[in-house]
Design a protein around this ligand. Structure first.
Ligand SMILES: Nc1ncnc2c1ncn2[C@@H]1O[C@H](COP(=O)(O)OP(=O)(O)OP(=O)(O)O)[C@@H](O)[C@H]1O
Length: 246
C-alpha cells in the first residue's frame, strides 16, 4: 500500500526545546489511525506541521500519489489539496440551520460573484441530505446549529469537513465532553468516514480509542514510542512507564 501521507525524519524546536524529534509516520489512503500520548508528546504540533501551520526545521512531509512536499505549500493550499482539520471545540455558525451550515461548507467557489449568483441545486440538496444522514442529523436539518447539543455540533462540524471531501481528516479529541451515547455514535461516524478517506484521531480517552478499533500510534517526546493495536501498545513496558510518569 502506498502511503497517502508520509512524514519522515521531522524535527522542530521551539526556543531550543525539541517538540518533534525525528518523527516518522505514514498513513494509507483509507486508514483510520488513533494517536495517543501524554500531555506535551507533540500530537498538536504534528497536526500543525501536516496542515502547514508550523514549519519543521528538518525532515520531509510527502503527500499523495505524486509525493508532493507539503512543506512548500501554504496552509490554504494544503487545505485545498484535501487535508481537513477538526479542532477540539466545535465551530459552527450558531445562527444558521444545520442545512445552511452544510450548504456553506459545500460551496467550493467562494468568489464574490459566485456567492452573489448562487442558486441551490437539486444536487446540492441531495448531497446535504446524504451528509446529514452520515452524521446522524437528518431529523435536525432545519434546527439552528446553536440549539444542538455539544455532540451534535461536533458531528455537524465533521459533516462540514466531509462536505469538502478531504482525503485526510485530522480530528482533535472528538470525544471530549460527550455523553457515552454520543461517543459511540462519533466512533461509528469516524469509522464510516475512514472507509473512503484517511482519518487521524488524536484522543486521550482510551475507551473511545478502543471503540475505534484501529491501529494506534503512541507519541512521546516528539517521536513514535510504539505502534500497533491498542492491546499491543498498552502492554508495552515503555508506554506503561510513560503513562505512569516513570
Ligand atoms: N509555539 C510553541 N512555542 C513553544 N513551545 C511549544 C509551542 N508549541 C508547542 N510547544 C511545546 O512543545 C511540546 C509539544 O506540545 P504539543 O501541544 O504538540 O503536545 P500535545 O501532545 O498536543 O499535548 P496535549 O495532549 O497536552 O495537547 C510541549 O512541551 C509544548 O509546550
Amino acid at each position: 500500500m502506498t502511503a497517502l501521507l508520509e512524514v519522515s525524519g521531522v524535527s522542530v524546536s521551539f526556543d531550543g526545546f525539541r517538540a518533534i524529534d525525528n518523527l516518522s509516520f505514514e498513513i494509507g489512503p483509507r486508514e483510520l489511525r488513533a494517536i495517543i500520548g501524554p500531555n506535551g508528546a507533540g500530537k498538536t504540533t504534528f497536526m500543525d506541521i501536516v496542515t502547514g501551520k508550523t514549519r519543521p526545521d528538518t525532515g520531509r512531509v510527502l503527500w499523495g500519489e505524486r509525493s508532493v512536499s507539503l512543506l512548500r505549500l501554504s496552509e490554504a493550499r494544503i487545505a485545498r489539496e484535501g487535508v481537513g482539520r477538526k479542532f477540539q471545540r466545535p465551530t459552527v455558525f450558531e445562527d444558521q440551520s444545520v442545512f445552511d451550515n452544510l450548504l456553506m461548507a459545500l460551496r467550493k467557489d467562494r468568489t464574490p460573484l459566485a456567492v452573489l449568483f448562487y442558486r441551490q441545486s437539486a444536487r446540492d440538496r441531495a448531497r446535504i441530505g446524504e451528509l446529514a444522514a452520515e452524521i446522524g442529523l437528518k431529523d435536525q436539518l432545519y434546527r439552528k446549529a446553536g440549539e444542538l447539543s455539544h455532540g451534535q455540533k461536533q458531528w455537524l462540524e465533521i459533516g462540514m469537513l466531509l462536505a469538502q471531501e478531504p482525503r485526510l481528516l485530522l480530528v482533535d479529541e472528538p470525544a471530549a465532553g460527550m455523553t457515552l451515547a454520543e461517543r459511540a455514535h462519533t466512533a461509528e461516524l469516524l469509522k464510516e468516514a475512514a472507509k473512503t478517506r484517511a482519518v487521524v484521531v488524536v484522543e486521550h480517552d482510551m475507551d473511545f480509542v478502543r471503540r475505534l478499533g484501529c491501529k494506534v500510534t503512541v507519541l512521546h517526546e516528539g517521536s513514535v514510542l510504539a505502534e500497533g493495536s491498542l492491546d499491543h501498545v498498552t502492554k508495552n513496558r515503555q508506554v506503561i512507564d510513560v503513562y505512569l510518569g516513570r
